[in-house]
Design a protein around this ligand. Structure first.
Ligand code: NAD
Ligand code: UFG
Length: 352
């Protein structure tokens, strides 16, 4: 029997993009999973598709709870009826632009929700957490080529500040109560989808991020892609990012959990989850065109305020300490993103 067989994991935000892909992996690895999600940025259909992907037997080990982390009672209800070995905490609002306009909502949701979670975990003596952080905590990286975990951190907007504050809160909690084990995972740019094409990213409204935007252009939901910036000092003038396949990210969470369970000295530690490779906007468009056979019409626009020129990860620490390394490149990311979009042009909605 797999040693993880009896381990029970609470996944906050498990109905969302990264959450659903991670839950599939967790169940396949033999963990029991409870999701708590308020469906603010997701739909129940996504959880039904997770059940379909893992099949009826593993599906019995998955529980969905409609709940909001801002309501402590919603969290309390879960902990009072079962014991969790660890929590993977995805639930957050993630719109950079939106956070500038409505910062109070971001601070309330991301900070209050997380503090409620820590308090309840502490009360029930569950002191292991994998936290979704972001490359956004590197701000505008001064030193390149690659972001290293011990760089000085800086946030550029309210969303980024919630991630930075929550990293600091995690470090403070561990300093005050050293028995806590917390892994902070700094994701670079998550893209792609499960290879089945049954689950994927389905943003509400007009997408802010590059790949969801491209996917909507490919199926005619948007007329053209605005390329923000053509005069960056990069090989083709467009900005460079470290895109990472969401299934690689999901594996990164399994590696982080195993680390929590096996390393009493882990404390509170941050790891980058990226590929270590930079890809420009124009290269990403070309890779998607190749994977989909679709032409993506483009309009060159001025730079987007607040965007960095080049951001990519140093992957050494995660490789060495978590034994994790991304397997997929941009061709697989685009192949799977296209497979998802082609099969689900309107995301989880049947039709619009
Ligand atoms: P997502 O919006 O698809 O998933 C987040 C889920 O959390 C949603 O299902 C939402 O309904 C739920 N949620 C939000 N607030 C909640 C609350 N108060 N109570 C209960 N549920 C709540 O986002 P995602 O892309 O899957 O991101 C997951 C995590 O990764 C987030 O913390 C995000 O900030 C972080 N992250 C994402 C990216 C990215 O580009 N996708 C990059 C870096 C970090
Ligand atoms: N871009 C376009 N057109 C678009 C959307 C994006 O040209 O329609 C460009 C951007 O200007 C940028 C690149 O594509 O150069 C990537 O942009 P994304 O919005 O997809 O990603 P970012 O790197 O700006 O930010 C994302 C998340 C942040 C997170 C960061 C690091 O939105 O929350 O990755 O994880 F902090």
């Amino acid at each position: 029997m797999d040693s993880s067989m009896e381990q029970n994991i609470l996944v906050t935000g498990g109905a969302g993009f990264i959450g659903t892909h991670t839950v599939v992996k967790l169940l396949k690895e033999g963990f029991k999973v409870s999701i708590i999600d308020n469906l603010d940025n997701s739909v129940l259909e996504a959880v039904d598709r997770v059940r379909e992907l893992v099949g009826p037997n593993l599906s019995k080990k998955l529980e969905f709870n409609l709940g909001d982390l801002r309501n402590k009672e919603d969290i309390e209800k879960l902990f009072s009826k079962q014991r969790f070995d660890a929590v993977i905490h995805f639930a957050a609002l993630k719109g950079v632009g939106e956070s500038v306009g409505i910062p109070r909502r971001y601070y309330d949701n991301n900070l209050v929700g997380t503090i409620n979670l820590y308090e309840t975990m502490s009360k029930y003596n569950c002191k292991m957490m994998v936290f979704s952080s972001s490359a956004t905590v590197y701000g505008e990286p001064k030193k390149i080529p690659a972001c290293v975990e011990d760089f000085q951190l800086k946030a550029l907007n309210p969303y980024g500040r919630t991630k930075l504050f929550l990293e600091e809160i995690a470090r403070d909690i561990h300093r005050a109560e050293p028995e806590w084990r917390i892994v902070l995972l700094r994701y670079f740019n998550p893209v792609g989808a499960h290879e089945s094409g049954r689950i994927g990213e389905d943003p509400k409204g007009i997408p802010n991020n590059l790949m969801p935007y491209i996917q909507q252009v490919a199926v005619g939901r948007q007329p053209e892609l605005n390329v923000y910036g053509h005069d960056y000092p990069t090989k083709d003038g467009s900005a460079v990012r470290d895109y990472i396949h969401v299934m690689d990210l999901a594996d990164g969470h399994i590696a982080a959990l195993r680390k929590l369970f096996t390393d009493p000295k882990i404390g509170c530690t941050a790891y980058n989850l990226g590929t270590g490779r930079g890809t420009s906007v124009l290269e990403m468009v070309a890779a998607f065109e190749k994977a989909s056979g679709k032409k993506i019409p483009m309009k060159v626009c001025p730079r987007r305020p607040g965007d960095s020129t080049v951001v990519y990860a140093s992957t050494e620490k995660a490789e060495k300490e978590l034994g994790w390394k991304a397997k997929y490149g941009v061709d697989e990311m685009c192949r799977d993103q296209w497979n998802w979009t082609n099969n689900n042009p309107w995301g989880y909605q049947k039709k619009l």
